[in-house]
Design a protein around this ligand. Structure first.
Ligand SMILES: [Zn+2]
Ligand SMILES: [Zn+2]
Length: 88
């Protein structure tokens, strides 16, 4: 009873740490880790995230984007770059 609505938990593990995010429906990873599944219809954001440390290092954004989207930037980067367009 009720098996169908048991939430799937992301299977990502980093050492002892298990991700506790809910997995995307039909996949084994959550939205943060979905890029680990090569069969999932997501691509990686091409944006750069500045790290908060003193070192001048830039880190590639790891946000996933659904492949149906024409942009190669996540919504955060689209807003940052002022390229977000509304279609409603
Ligand atoms: Zn996860
Ligand atoms: Zn991004």
């Amino acid at each position: 009873m009720g098996d169908h609505d048991t939430p799937m938990i992301c299977r990502f593990q980093d050492g002892d740490r298990q991700c506790i995010q809910r997995a995307i429906v039909h996949y084994e990873y959550c939205i943060r880790h979905i890029l680990l599944d090569e069969t999932a219809p997501y691509k990686r954001c091409q944006g750069i995230t500045k790290s908060n440390s003193d070192e001048d290092t830039s880190v590639r954004c790891t946000n996933p984007i659904h492949i149906n989207r024409p942009e190669n930037l996540c919504s955060t980067h689209l807003i940052l770059l002022g390229r977000r367009t509304r279609r409603n």
